[in-house]
Design a protein around this ligand. Structure first.
Ligand code: TRP
Length: 330
């Protein structure tokens, strides 16, 4: 078998073009050289998403997105995290090799604590232990299948380091039982600005969702924040959100023309936004129709995910058994 590239995506929002450029596309491009394992991380979502109906719906949306964007379930192993009963079991075992201090320093937990202390609240107010354990659950996701590489965005770098620390701690105790994975951070594709110029992220509410209705998608593109320069004024393309987004979707030749319009005058923001919306709709045309069909057929999605889970469990079981055996709990 080829080496394993594994990645998960948390179903906490509707997939947007930042996810596509920073995560779906680079992950899928690895399929040539790796056995891809991709999953919907619903247990991770549960740390923050406590609306059952929304969580369920988003799991299907994310699953349909993967497949609409090119994941072939006959080729990749594609599954839902909560269909793998070995995961919570392995999480517990690994937690006993995770120093608490390491988790205290994990970015997401630390940020939540800092937010509390900044306003004189109890440091742990409103923070569930699931958020604290998040990195251990993620280590279980990665280590269960002996993953070789984990393609992730820069924001997940610390989680990969924690995973490696946990695997190394386990191996120091019991010998070489767990495979220590490598993070794979594909630098070039990560910086996708949202419509307000900050990083595109659901938490900033600045995303362009890929599978929204055409009307909603166009409306969102028209909301991209620009300065108040007139069309004839020269502008700096390098610091412009609209230009950056165009650069992902228009041809190199057209981009060069747009560059000239920015530098020498003639770039009308309204027109360019329309062009961007057209380019996005055309780029995702096929994917959007596939998504529509898939999201209507949830029993098919369930079937695909369960089949994938069976394959994933077969790969994971020997690693869990080896870990149990090493600890004496077998
Ligand atoms: N924490 C990741 C994120 O928020 C999602 C995730 C869960 C993941 N388990 C994983 C990513 C395992 C890679 C490998 O994006």
């Amino acid at each position: 078998m080829k080496p394993i590239a594994l990645t998960g995506i948390k179903p906490t929002g509707r997939p947007h073009i930042g996810n596509y450029l920073g995560m779906y596309r680079p992950a899928l491009s690895l399929m040539q050289d790796y056995q891809g394992m991709y999953f919907v991380a619903d247990y991770h979502a549960l740390t923050s998403m406590h609306d059952a109906k929304t969580l369920k719906e988003l799991v299907y949306e994310v699953a349909a997105s993967w497949m609409a964007l090119g994941l072939d379930p006959d080729d990749a192993i594609f599954f839902r995290q909560s269909d793998i009963p070995e995961i919570p079991e392995f999480t517990w075992i690994l937690s006993c090799f995770t120093s608490k201090g390491l988790l205290n320093r994990a970015h997401a937990y630390k940020a939540a604590v800092d937010e509390n202390t900044a306003v004189d609240r109890d440091p742990d107010e409103g923070i569930n232990a699931g958020l604290f354990y998040y990195p251990v659950l993620m280590a279980a996701d990665i280590l269960l299948y002996g993953s070789d590489v984990v393609p992730v965005g820069l924001d997940q770098k610390q989680h990969i380091e924690i995973t490696r620390d946990i695997a190394e701690a386990f191996n120091r105790t019991y010998g070489n039982v767990l495979k220590v994975p490598e993070g794979l951070i594909q630098e070039s594709v990560m910086k996708v600005p949202g419509i307000d110029g900050r990083k595109m992220s659901k938490s900033y509410d600045n995303t362009i969702p890929i599978f929204a209705t055409e009307k909603a998608l166009r409306k969102q593109v028209m909301r991209i924040v620009t300065d108040s320069k007139r069309p004839e004024d020269p502008k700096n393309p390098e610091e412009d959100t609209l230009y950056t987004l165009l650069s992902f979707f228009v041809s190199p030749k057209r981009l060069e023309e747009i560059h000239q319009l920015y530098v020498h005058g003639g770039a009308a923001y309204g027109e360019l936004k329309k062009e961007l919306a057209d380019a996005i709709l055309s780029h995702f045309g096929d994917a959007r129709s596939r998504f529509e069909a898939l999201i209507q057929d949830k029993s098919y999605l369930d079937e695909v995910l369960l089949e994938g889970a069976e394959k994933a469990r077969q790969i994971g079981k020997p690693y869990l058994e080896a870990a149990r055996k090493a600890t004496g709990i077998d």
